[in-house]
Design a protein around this ligand. Structure first.
Ligand SMILES: [Zn+2]
Length: 227
């Protein structure tokens, strides 16, 4: 039987399109991976499908959607993201938004940026937020029938199990044989980008414990492998 050895380097893509549900997903989830891409030769463009207006955090802010846009722009600058597009699909209801229209929206971003590949959350959305899962599902529909590869950020089963046991979260984790990349990352820019999302950062919460457990490693898997 073949020993499964994950790759240790990200694909050498010139252009990456990130498709996520919320402003902060690019930092809280993908920050270190995006930093790794932009520290190499890659240009990273981000498509965020909702304004995150339904967050239970930042409720004291008058216009949370506008505030979160500003936070996203600051975080993107820190992560050297080349462009950000923020859409107005319903936060907390992305899975119920007209599927065809969301897919067409993502296709337009693909046509504009001509990415070598997409970067998304894994199918269950990592923390099983339905918006995260819907963003990935629609991104996969948008590239169905094309040769555009889709790379997904995930965590290991072990990390998910530990977080769920400690914190009572419902994180999804992947088995070692399903992980295609284990890369070494720096957390420096990710942490700065996380802190740019002032309205959403919860000190000592699940996010920081996850980063602690992950150390300088991140795991990724193919959802649509290169042809
Ligand atoms: Zn999110």
């Amino acid at each position: 039987m073949d020993q499964h050895t994950p790759a240790t380097h990200l694909p050498a893509w010139d252009r990456v399109l990130v498709v996520v549900a919320h402003p902060d997903d690019e930092s809280f989830g993908l920050g270190a991976v995006i930093d790794k891409f932009t520290s190499g030769q890659s240009e990273v463009h981000v498509l965020t499908l909702t304004h995150g207006e339904a967050s239970t955090l930042g409720g004291e802010i008058d216009d949370l959607a506008a505030e979160r846009r500003q936070e996203l722009l600051r975080a993107s600058e820190i992560l050297n993201i080349s462009s950000v597009e923020l859409r107005d699909w319903p936060d907390g209801g992305l899975e119920h938004a007209d599927e065809h229209s969301v897919v067409e929206d993502i296709k337009r971003a693909i046509a504009k940026h001509q990415p070598d590949g997409l970067l998304v959350f894994e199918r269950q959305g990592v923390n099983r937020h339905p918006d995260h899962a819907a963003a990935t599902a629609r991104a996969l529909s948008a590239v169905a029938g094309t040769t555009i590869p889709v790379l997904a950020w995930t965590v290991t089963k072990e990390v998910a199990r530990q977080l769920n046991a400690e914190i009572g979260s419902i994180m999804h984790g992947d088995l070692p044989e399903d992980i295609d990349f284990t890369i070494t990352v720096s957390r420096e820019k990710q942490l700065r980008a996380i802190n740019a999302h002032v309205s959403q950062v919860v000190p000592g919460g699940l996010l920081f414990r996850r980063l602690e457990l992950l150390g300088d490693n991140e795991s990724l898997r193919w959802l649509q492998a290169p042809a």
